[in-house]
Design a protein around this ligand. Sequence first.
Ligand code: HEC
Length: 128
Amino acid sequence: MRFLFPMLGLAALAGLALHAAPALAQADAAQGQKLFQQRCTICHSLSAAQKKPTGPHLEKLFGRKAAAVEDFNYSAGMKASNIVWDEKSVTDYLAGPAKLVPGTTMPVGVPQAADREDIVAYLKSLPK
Ligand code: HEC
């Protein structure tokens, strides 16, 4: 019994450290890949060779102009946006798609800042 309390204390400390970790953590591309698979692949592929009617492919996204995928039926808002996708613009788009691009037809964003950072880190890690 004498050892139980210190051990509980240690377990509690370990738990605290785990909880604190996400706030301190750097953007995590591996976690971003998971999130991308859960939240984005339903509409987007990562390859120009794989077309989906639900969303433009995101191959070589960084440095690309918005609405650049031929054959994809973009909104007028996206076509007029004049965005070049970089870390900031992708993050802002995910934070509030219709706020950055009024009239956009992408219906979902990523509410959590840490999740956005992870997804962007993952997309940046892909071949340029
Ligand atoms: C329900 C389908 C859907 C989901 C889910 C979705 N998107 Fe989209 N996304 C779209 C559509 C549709 C567009 C084109 C929007 C427009 O034309 O206004 C788009 C556009 C984009 C663009 C701009 C691409 C370009 O060619 O200019 C990026 C970047 C993007 N989405 C990233 C993401 C990410 C990252 C996720 C996951 C967090 C995601 N999207 C989830 C449908 C979706």
